[in-house]
Design a protein around this ligand. Structure first.
Ligand SMILES: [Zn+2]
Length: 357
């Protein structure tokens, strides 16, 4: 398609206003979008519109002058910018993006770094959900991201559309970055469910012969998945754990919320309500999301053992992790003890940290 560019420039004069390397890069993006579609990783590419994903990339031909806070872009010349951070390494490309009425330049650089050795040695399982954004196997959790909707509503009253978009976007980004940075710093191994957003999107549509009765609920869930930014959460976790030398393990998601971490009994009756888990076999009781997170951690540890890695007694096997999780709650009697209400945020205790380690 790049060979057609000269013709197209004759036909559409505005194409000439753009440097040809950014046009070629847009064609690369288009090619990748169609490849992802044909290889069933993504939906059919949507047509470009003004105001949606307004960005373009310069793979070369730019200059950066951080001392004088200016940047030279082909066909635009020197432009002043506010430098947000140091630019280490060799700049490879610059992406310019319009967001909420402001222009941002992201500079991608390349440099050699030492293979980091993880400082944190603990392992944690994370269950993502609607009521809570993320629940950890140590029973701590993060509030849902859409709790920021109240800010959005307040802002709608006071602010013009553009500035609201900026603020809301910033609050979300800030939330995700803080959460993923903290997790990556504190844990050497992070286990999450391997959620497939595309599969979920498809199942919500239902099929002609068996139109699912949960279609509305499921599409609501999908919207929430997209709203919540779980995939962005995972993406950030992955690259931040790379920085800290940690590991992200995506584990199979089936039955994580229905399996008893104590005795291994799988039944949907184990989870009669959204919030509580009560094993019909052995009586083990806990917050349902914490159960999910414990099971996710156990599966992650199992994955490591399947690879022949020594997870030591620290990480525990399926059975022992479960037993430790129960010891956390106390044994026998304490199983029926009332745990803290879901609305109270629990700090990880020394016990749970040791267990996780
Ligand atoms: Zn049980």
């Amino acid at each position: 398609m790049a060979n057609h560019l000269p013709e197209w420039k004759q036909e559409f004069a505005w194409l000439k206003e753009s440097p040809s390397q950014t046009l070629r890069h847009a064609l690369k993006n288009l090619e990748r979008a169609y490849r992802n579609f044909f290889e069933k990783r993504a939906d059919l590419p949507r047509k470009k519109k003004r105001d949606r994903g307004d960005s373009f990339r310069y793979p070369q031909g730019f200059e950066i002058d951080p001392i004088n806070s200016r940047i030279k872009l082909p066909k635009l010349g020197w432009i002043r910018y506010r430098n947000s951070r140091q630019i280490p390494g060799l700049a490879k490309n610059i992406t310019v993006r319009l967001s909420g009425g402001k222009w941002f330049a992201s500079i991608q650089t390349e440099r050699e770094v030492e293979q980091p050795v993880p400082v944190a040695t603990s392992a944690v399982g994370i269950d993502v959900g609607i009521a809570r954004f993320a629940t950890f196997s140590d029973a701590s959790f993060l509030a849902p991201l859409n709790s920021f909707k109240k800010y959005e509503q307040r802002l709608r009253r006071y602010q013009r559309m553009m500035s609201r978009k900026v603020k809301f976007g910033n609050v979300r980004r800030d939330f995700l970055h803080k959460a993923t940075t903290t997790i990556a710093k504190n844990h050497g191994i992070v286990c999450i469910e391997d959620l497939q957003v595309r599969n979920m999107s498809q199942s919500s549509k239902g099929s002609a012969e068996k139109a699912g009765k949960n279609v509305a609920a499921k599409s609501g869930l999908n919207k929430s998945i997209l709203d919540q930014g779980w995939f962005e959460f995972r993406r950030q976790l992955e690259y931040k754990l790379n920085w800290t030398g940690g590991t992200l393990l995506a584990v199979p998601a089936h039955h994580t919320s229905r399996t008893c971490p104590d005795c291994g009994h799988v039944a949907k009756e184990n989870r009669l309500t959204q919030a509580r888990f009560l094993c019909v076999e052995c009586g083990y009781e806990n917050n349902a999301d914490v159960v999910g997170a414990i099971n996710i951690l156990s599966r992650g540890m199992q994955l490591l053992r399947d690879e022949g890695q020594d997870t030591a007694d620290a990480s525990a096997g399926y059975a022992s992790t479960a037993r430790i999780a129960c010891r956390e709650e106390g044994s026998g009697l304490a199983r029926r003890r009332k745990t803290k209400p879901a609305s109270m945020k629990q700090e990880p205790t020394e016990e749970t940290l040791r267990v996780a380690a």
